[in-house]
Design a protein around this ligand. Structure first.
Ligand code: FE
Ligand code: ZN
Ligand code: FE
Length: 183
């Protein structure tokens, strides 16, 4: 494996910080981490969808599954803009969050609003993790002078925020009330 010496920039940027290889390395590694996370979500969200009961929840999750596929595409565009191969680096956080979601499903009765509440809790933790990741990387991309990449990150960030608000809405309007009535 080729090892960076830490003296040469990994990719071309257009400002003062552009020649800071350690910061570039951190940025690239974080993109690889997110790439793993988003790819993993494309396989995990269908499990949540299959386990959900509320129509509103199912459609919110299905909608976000499609968006998640485009998040993967955007990250691939970012690799291209950086002149790097699209490589996934295991994201321990996302692995943990999706494991937790599976645990919630196992520990709640099938077909209940209680399980739906649990799925929303788990899904919102995922969204908040993504919001933090995209928000931070957006900031770092601007610092590195990667404006085209910043725009792509911003687009995904907006969709993560919308997905999170939609889940809150579904919880408030459709699910928590009926879960409270389940004995
Ligand atoms: Fe995403
Ligand atoms: Zn991670
Ligand atoms: Fe998301």
């Amino acid at each position: 494996m080729k090892k960076e010496t830490g003296t040469s920039p990994k990719f071309k940027t257009n400002n003062l910080y552009s020649s800071e290889p350690a910061l570039q390395e951190l940025f690239l590694n974080s993109i690889m981490d997110l790439y793993w996370a988003e790819t993993h979500l494309v396989t995990s969200l269908p499990k949540l969808i299959r386990s959900a009961t509320s129509k509103a929840l199912i459609s919110a999750l299905e909608n976000h599954l499609h968006e998640t596929e485009s998040h993967v595409d955007r990250l691939e565009q970012i690799f291209k803009l950086l002149g790097q191969d699209a490589l996934a680096k295991k994201c321990d956080a996302m692995e943990g969050l999706t494991k937790e979601a599976e645990g919630i499903i196992e520990n709640t009765p099938a077909g209940t609003s209680t399980r739906d509440v649990g799925i929303i809790l788990a899904a919102q933790k995922v969204e908040h993790y993504e919001i933090a990741s995209y928000g931070g990387l957006l900031q770092l991309a601007s610092t590195l002078g990667l404006s085209e990449i910043a725009l792509l990150l911003e687009k995904t960030l907006g969709e993560e925020q919308t997905a999170d608000s939609l889940l809150t809405e579904v919880a408030e309007k459709d699910i928590n009330y009926s879960a409270a009535k389940e004995i």
